[in-house]
Design a protein around this ligand. Sequence first.
Ligand SMILES: NC(=O)c1ccc[n+]([C@@H]2O[C@H](COP(=O)([O-])OP(=O)(O)OC[C@H]3O[C@@H](n4cnc5c(N)ncnc54)[C@H](OP(=O)(O)O)[C@@H]3O)[C@@H](O)[C@H]2O)c1
Length: 249
Amino acid sequence: MSLGTWQLRGGAARRGVEEALALGYRCVDTATGYGNEREVGAGIRASGIERADLLLVTKFPEEDAGRERETLLRSLDLLGVDRLDLWLVHGPLDADGSLAVWERFIEAREGGLVRAIGVSNFRTDQVDDLAARSGVVPAVNQIAFGPRRFDPALVRHHAALGTVVQGHSPFSENDLGHPVLKSVAARLGRSVHQVLLGWHLAHGVPAVAKAASAARLAENLSVRGSALTAAEVAALDRIADDAGTGAPR
Ligand SMILES: NC(=O)c1ccc[n+]([C@@H]2O[C@H](COP(=O)([O-])OP(=O)(O)OC[C@H]3O[C@@H](n4cnc5c(N)ncnc54)[C@H](OP(=O)(O)O)[C@@H]3O)[C@@H](O)[C@H]2O)c1
């Protein structure tokens, strides 16, 4: 699971990253738009964790199209690293606009400034279009995900293409008071947050979750031991259908 850092600013961002890495998080998610890359970098250095043991992800604001290299160099400088593990286009433009940005992303990868490149908040058809027109499949599509939005066709489609779906906002984009979620949590003796993260694990979708306190960071990380039954996963899958918030199947 990744540590989300949206809305973490200043000292809270530095401390949050340091604390999370001390607890065992090894993937950190930020973005140019979050305005915290300097503090995220400081937190990483303060943790003493080897750079090679971390996955560091940042995102390019699509509205900065045309300034890709300059923005990337600034992200690297603020983060205090010479390479990113994953650089994402934060959101789609029109098809030609996304392709032009993507071509600069491909150059950045070929130049060794980033290990992998991907997108965020792209619809499936937009991922397809980018892959077909550029010949380079995005490694990741980071999208809002969870039982309320579950769309098995979307997950299958990305898997067939070779794009990992990464789920952002596992709590804020879901209904924490849903009775099915609450009953699974009660059976397991776990929090609804842990059940949601367990559901992501069951679907092979890595979650990006934010928490401000050490206790919550630890609670979210300990989800690895909370196995849901297949019936519970299926019941959670149906939340989107019941709420009418899922995609048509
Ligand atoms: N690509 C994109 O466009 C995009 C969009 C949105 C988010 N993201 C990424 O995804 C990350 C997560 O999304 P998010 O920040 O929207 O929301 P989230 O992780 O779904 O939810 C965060 C909220 O849940 C609370 N929380 C976390 N763990 C908890 C626990 N165990 N018990 C009780 N409350 C808990 C947090 O409270 P406290 O903070 O008070 O602890 C915070 O209010 C972001 O930080 C960002 O890195 C990406």
